[in-house]
Structure formats: C-alpha cells, structure tokens
Design a protein around this ligand. Structure first.
Ligand SMILES: [Zn+2]
Ligand SMILES: [Zn+2]
Length: 270
C-alpha cells in the first residue's frame, strides 16, 4: 500500500470497533486567533467558529503563541454550535521547539499561562514589525492589546514543559515536526527518551511518501495533521477522531488505538 493511502495510524481493536457510542469528530487541533501577531484580522471567534463548521469540523483547539487569553472567548463563541473547542496554547520552548499544550478546561490553561508568562523575556511587541496582539471577546470585540512580545522562547525546556502540562491534565503535542525550524527534529534531532507524548503533529502540506524518507523516525509515531491556521482558509478537517466525546482522555485513547477509538488523516494528494 502506498503511504499516502494509509488511512488509520492506529486501527481500532476489533472487540470495540462497533461501540455504538463512538462517533466521528473531524478535528483541527492547531488554530491561531488575532492574539497571535502573525494571524490575520479575520481570526476572531465568531468567524473561526462559522468557518470551522462550514469545513465540517466538530473539534478545534485554539493555540496562540505562548498565551491562552482568547481561549475562553473561543469556547463561548462555539457553545451550542456543534463545534467543541479545546483551550490550548502553542508554547515556544527554550530550544525554540513549538509545542501544542491542549487542555479540557480554561482554568488549567490559565495556570499554565501564568507559568509561561513568568518565564517569557520582558520584551515589548513591535506592532510595526510583527503585527498587533489582540485579546477579544466571544463576539470578536476588542478588549485590549497584549503589549508583551509573545512569539519568543519561554525559559522552559521541552522536557519540563511536557511534564508540567501533563501534571495539569493537559496533552502536549510537538507541533509541525516536519518543518525546518521551530520543530522537534529540526532543533533537537530526536524525540528525547522518555518524553511523555502520545503523538506528533505534522504540517498541512506533509506527504507521507516524501516525509517518511526525509525523517524515518516519523514512522514510529501517530501523526496528527492540523491547519496551523493563521487565516480562515487554512482551517482543515483532515484529521478525524473516532471517539465517544471530544475530550483529551478520548483523544489519547484514539492516539493509542484503545477500546475502538482511533483516528485517520486524509493526507494531501501528491
Ligand atoms: Zn508553530
Ligand atoms: Zn502555530
């Protein structure tokens, strides 16, 4: 079978494959809002929610650079729409590795954000160079401008970040590991032994046939594909979880292929 056509990274175990509670959750677990300086002005909660629904997403994680301050607004904007939002952050570690830090609730993310903020360098954002960083409400109304520079490394190692996110009940996922910068393999060369992760994320243009040749280590991991959306048209519904409910425990079971949970990815055509 050609790698591009491999649908299930972890096939469901036959005993639970027919569990009637299991449903399909198309997911994009890496989405930026206007709080990320590099995101477009259209990336406000109501527009992200409507675009997500229009491309068929049922599950989305909001992951701004080193902050979770728009997560509550995203959760609120999605309430009763059929889209479930996981609060999250895209941390930049001391080694300049990007790490998705996903949570089920806003409060552990807030605790994590406090820790990250304490360990960010005290630099001011340069709007003229990088763009503005806006905290908004669920309707997309401006609340305040974040003045500190967010797209910079926090003084936290990858290994410490993974441990601390796990302790807060979160799911850490190294982001876009196929990219030549700000990624696990580009910056560290390997997955540190004992790192408590369950999956790796690859960028939306990753093609297994070429990607596995360039980085054979990727064959050893469940791979999630996300949009890393900085504009609405980047939202992707290419990763589909088969889970009972859209929570981290179920996602983790799907990544491990446990009790009928699983996931599949539609890889881009060559
Ligand atoms: Zn990134
Ligand atoms: Zn990102």
């Amino acid at each position: 079978m050609a790698p591009d056509t491999v649908p299930f990274v972890n096939p469901p175990s036959p005993s639970n494959a027919d569990d009637p509670r299991i449903g399909s959750f198309p997911a994009d677990l890496h989405v930026h809002t206007v709080l990320s300086a590099c995101a477009e002005v259209e990336m406000i909660p109501p527009l992200i929610v409507s675009q997500a629904l229009s491309v068929g997403l049922r599950l989305l994680a909001v992951t701004d650079h080193n902050t979770g301050e728009n997560a509550a607004a995203m959760v609120e904007a999605a309430r009763n729409t059929g889209l479930h939002v996981l609060p999250g952050m895209e941390l930049q570690t001391r080694e300049e590795v990007h790490l998705l830090c996903l949570f089920d609730e806003v409060f552990p993310l807030e605790a994590w954000q406090e820790e990250v903020f304490r360990r960010l360098p005290p630099l001011a954002n340069r709007e003229d160079l990088f763009g503005p960083q806006w905290v908004v409400d669920a309707t997309g109304e401006w609340i305040r401008t974040e003045e500190r520079l967010l797209a910079v490394s926090a003084d936290i190692s990858l290994e410490e970040a993974v441990v601390r996110v796990r302790r807060l009940g979160g799911l850490p996922v190294p982001a876009h590991v196929d990219r030549p910068s700000f990624s696990l393999f580009a910056n560290l060369g390997l997955v540190p032994p004992g790192l408590a992760i369950s999956a790796l994320e690859v960028s939306r243009n990753f093609r297994p046939a070429e990607g596995f040749i360039r980085r054979p280590q990727l064959r050893n991991w469940p791979l999630l594909a996300s949009g890393d959306a900085h504009r609405l048209e980047d939202l992707r519904a290419v990763t589909r979880f088969r889970i009972v409910s859209p929570c981290l425990r179920e996602i983790e079971m799907a990544l491990r292929g446990q009790e009928g949970r699983c996931f599949e990815v539609d890889w881009p055509a060559r």
